[in-house]
Ligand binder design. Sequence first.
Ligand SMILES: [Zn+2]
Length: 187
Amino acid sequence: MRKKLQSKSRTGTRSRRIVVRPALARGKREGVEFALFRHEVCSFFDGVRRACAGRVERGGILIGSYRGPHIEVVDCTEPGVADEATLSSFTRQDKRHQEAATEAWRKSQRKQTYVGEWHSHPFGQPVPSGIDRRAWRSVVAKLRVPCLFVVVSPAGWQAFRVRRFTTAADMVPLVERENGSTGVVFR
Ligand SMILES: [Zn+2]
């Protein structure tokens, strides 16, 4: 019988507790890229999902570290008062996002940094708009490293990995692979 890899519900009981590190180590050998989202970050997106229906968009940055070809997301920022939000857009203006990234960089001895962004949509499936895709590509082209982007909607939340020199094929919707001790591994 094929082993079931994905938990049915992100908010339900997780019975498949395994250590995440082997998956990250295995990926390097296979030349594939994993994204690990710490459980705290997953819980935050679950909360945003439950509260975002019909509301103006929310957003922030993802903070984490690059580990070989993998990205680990350890934290994210929440909207600040200076951010501009409508039902169809979210523009980061508040300095709290940059300050959080700078503080993480300093406290982690230059390991943790900006690794991407998240924002919510007030309805529909968690799919990026054309404007989202263009914005993500321009971020990756500017930083010249792969980044993760998360869209949260009332239907769920979806992470995407965008590589440098992006074409349409370089924007990959990530699929949950393992529910580990520190977080959820996507590929
Ligand atoms: Zn969007």
